[in-house]
Design a protein around this ligand. Structure first.
Ligand SMILES: Nc1nc2c(c(=O)[nH]1)N[C@H]1C(S)=C(S)[C@@H](COP(=O)(O)O)O[C@H]1N2
Ligand SMILES: [Mo]
Length: 372
């Protein structure tokens, strides 16, 4: 008797009311770690602290493994490039804040059963590589192209569907220069680490993580919209499983606080002593520059303007913000809220969707200020 894959593409499950994180979600959470929020203090996230998300296995690609990036489909000159060939193209370094579309999922109710992110699925790195538009120009895209499909070297099964990890971008995004999409071969000045896509990955500044295909091995220009699992089944905003849904694309604005004071080991509850406290954190948006961050120390009843740090030419990276506060004994709920140049801001209560995507509800940080 043979073994077959179960129900192709059954809808993802929602947790029952009060159902805790199960062993499957724990296994995912232990593989795919978030950014410890105290490390929001770094402008560029040090290696190993950047969040990681991998649907299947991390491919084993030791140094010296032959690797080819093929560029084909509706092009006049198909390419087959080694990582060394890529080094002969112009090199660009861009500081990019990357966030998983599922960040905040585990805080939703009902909770979509998947990688159970709290708020740490974010990190900022300096990515170095070749602008994708130059590779596509070299390959010479033919008329009639609509999508560019990116394939990673990792393979697995998701909801009964066996697949290579694949995502597409519309042609105008793939060939655009704002943002400029990169085929990256370095992170923070070193070759990509295994978990971040060694030897090559896509970087799509301003877009949620799922677009940044790791272990990139093929780029195919297509004359029809791509209908792969990660494009049309996963990563859609839906209320009900049968809806087509809107695609998940750019990163919604979000501010996060560096949790002040010191934590309780088990509960992570924060404690601090009376006196001046510099509330600080980071804010970003994939749509337009962050122009405003407000801070609340009374659970969102009142808000005060935080001081925003300089953009310093890093449009696609998070911005620092700060707000001085003097703590007196008592309990507080801290919150921060970002607004971008298009006027997009963060909701106090999250509008729900089945996949738990693009949850940018305001973070809440309960703190206790002790008696001296
Ligand atoms: N090949 C491949 N690329 C991938 C993924 C994957 O599972 N396989 N996961 C995507 C998702 S959902 C996210 S959030 C980002 C995470 O990138 P990071 O692990 O470098 O932070 O990679 C994206 N690229
Ligand atoms: Mo993700």
């Amino acid at each position: 008797m043979g073994h077959r894959l179960a129900d192709a593409s059954a809808p993802a499950r929602l947790a029952a009311p009060g159902e805790g994180i199960g062993p499957d979600e724990l296994a995912l959470a232990a593989r795919n770690h978030g950014l410890p929020l105290e490390t929001l203090r770094h402008d560029v996230t040090p290696p190993g602290l950047h969040y990681v998300l991998t649907h299947y296995d991390i491919p084993h690609v030791p140094d010296g493994t032959p690797w080819r990036l093929t560029v084909g489909g509706r092009v006049r000159r198909p390419l087959s490039l080694t990582p060394a060939d890529l080094a002969s193209f112009p090199r660009v370094t861009t500081r990019v804040t990357l966030e998983c579309a599922g960040n905040g999922r585990a805080l939703l109710s009902p909770r979509p059963v998947s990688q159970p992110w709290l708020e740490g699925a974010v990190g900022t790195a300096e990515w170095t590589g070749v602008p994708l538009r130059l590779l596509l120009a070299e390959a010479s895209v033919r008329d009639g192209a609509v999508d560019v499909v990116f394939t990673g070297a990792d393979h697995g099964v998701e909801r009964g569907v066996e697949q290579d990890y694949q995502r597409a971008l519309p042609l105008e995004v793939a060939t655009g220069d704002d943002p400029e999409v990169l085929v990256a071969y370095a992170m923070n000045g070193s070759p990509l680490p295994p978990q971040h896509g060694h030897p090559l990955r896509l970087v799509v500044p301003g877009w949620y993580g799922m677009a940044h295909v790791k272990w990139l091995r093929d780029v195919t220009v297509a004359d029809e919209p791509f209908t792969g699992f990660q494009q049309t089944v996963a990563y859609r905003l839906r209320q009900r499983p049968e809806e087509v849904g809107e695609p998940v694309t750019r990163i919604a604005p979000r501010a996060l606080l560096v949790p002040p004071g010191f934590p309780d080991f088990m509960s992570r509850a924060r404690m601090l002593r009376p006196g001046p406290v510099a509330l600080e954190g980071r804010a970003w948006s994939g749509f337009a520059a962050v122009t405003r961050v407000e801070v609340s120390t009374d659970a969102g009843a009142s808000w005060r303007e935080a001081e925003l740090g300089p953009e310093d030419g890093h449009r696609w990276a998070w911005r620092r913000w700060r707000h001085p506060w003097t703590a007196t004994p008592g309990t507080y709920e801290l919150a921060a809220r970002a607004t971008d140049a298009d006027g997009r801001t963060q909701p106090l209560e999250q509008p729900w969707n089945r996949g738990g995507f693009a949850n940018n509800a305001v973070q809440r940080v309960p703190v206790v200020c002790l008696d001296a």
